[in-house]
Design a protein around this ligand. Sequence first.
Ligand SMILES: Cc1cc2nc3c(=O)[nH]c(=O)nc-3n(C[C@H](O)[C@H](O)[C@H](O)COP(=O)(O)OP(=O)(O)OC[C@H]3O[C@@H](n4cnc5c(N)ncnc54)[C@H](O)[C@@H]3O)c2cc1C
Length: 474
Amino acid sequence: MLFAAPKIPRVAAARVERALIELDRAVGQSKLVLDETARRVYAEDDSQSEACMPDVVVVAESKDDVAAVLRIAEAHEVPVTPRAGGSGRTGGAVPVAGGIVLATHALNQVVEIDRENLTAVVQPGVVLGTFHSLVEGENLFYAPDPNSAELCMIGGNVAENAGGPRAFKYGSTRDHVLGLEAVFMGGRTMRVGKRTVKGVTGYDVTALLVGSEGTLGVFTEITLRLFPKPSQVATLLALYTDVRAAGASVSRLIAAGLVPRCIEMMDAATLGAVRAAGNAIDERAGAMLLIEVDGEDAEAQLERLGNALGDAQGTLDLVVAQDSAQRARLWAARKSLSYATRKMATHKIAEDVVVPRSRIGALLEKTEAIGAREKVRHLTYGHAGDGNLHVNFLWDTPDEEPRVARAVESLMRETVALGGTLSGEHGVGLAKAPYLEFEQSADLIALQKDVKRVFDPKGLLNPGKIFPTGHKGC
Ligand SMILES: Cc1cc2nc3c(=O)[nH]c(=O)nc-3n(C[C@H](O)[C@H](O)[C@H](O)COP(=O)(O)OP(=O)(O)OC[C@H]3O[C@@H](n4cnc5c(N)ncnc54)[C@H](O)[C@@H]3O)c2cc1C
């Protein structure tokens, strides 16, 4: 395991025992998961973080269940880790101190879709892909689209402020959350935010809770902003000799004033994995951009794209998807990248660093140098329009792990040195907590810890996340 759990003591068994008696009374036996095999599923997420067993999993079916868990946990000082789909990439849902995992997947109702005001109210366990299909069936559109849409849930997206390819035009999850109902430690339930698109009353507590990684409160209802479904969508594939030429094209089309909804980039090693997965891609190509535009003028935008990208140096081919089936095939290849590239080695870690777009080329050069120095295989793909790249390191055997850990640390340092940030969408969780101080001052970290204490004075809600606490590299 690349990231050992932080050295946080597990909660004492006697406290758990006392909490269990009350939980049994408050939520009922049927919602408690105690069986060891069943609990094991909740010990890890989709990161390279060490698994940690919870003492009990509570499958909440109502906000009263959530409130009861947080009341009992506070009274008996038992840690609680909220969980949605478990697809997180930074160990956010891993219960490092044991205690209770508060599973929210059964809170899965779409409470309301308000066509007139273009809003929706959902519970946190709604699977994102299901929600996309539902609103699109009504000719509406919910923009955030992490590539894990069939696995992740909206509560997890809100907690991580998830992004995805369409964030380039539409922003990340935070830009689409109008308000929340949240339960805090002790069981206090509150509504924050608004139902209107505009509103500036008081501090923006909604914005603070979005991206709080399950450390401040547990969401039980989320009010989202919708858009009318774009009438046209068009997709263009651009093939390049190498990533530098592809990166230069990204800058060129943005400078031309074009705002595609997605600009996704894949490097040569990634294209190798895409080909190995059965997709025929010109063998000369050493990089690819997948660009998508939407709106009534999608055709006109495509033409402008073609003119902007045109015959620039290193361009091999520009191919427009002819129909929705071809579009779907292109996106299926993009969305399966994570799993396709996983086949290239026994282990893989996907970082999600962001640099100013103008520094993408520099980041790729630094990554090359890090890979060569540490002798670690790597590949890069991601949301190039945002400067948000998934640098993946690959390895097979445990003896390689110290080199991979050094490569990750170097990547974090180089990203910050280039004016970037450690995470564009996966959050800090366990995996990036040791590097937080590379980017943020001691004062800023202390301020955030003060905020955490206001919400959770005993430090029981999702301990060990975001802030460096007794972390140990592998
Ligand atoms: C194949 C693959 C592709 C991915 N692609 C993307 C991508 O394109 N963009 C992107 O942003 N991410 C991506 N991810 C990462 C991941 O899917 C997102 O971080 C997602 O938002 C996590 O949602 P989840 O429901 O799985 O949450 P979980 O992993 O269950 O939890 C994530 C965090 O949310 C907290 N949490 C869960 N529910 C609640 C709640 N009700 N209240 C408060 N806190 C809560 C947890 O404590 C944890 O800290 C990808 C992951 C995979 C496996």
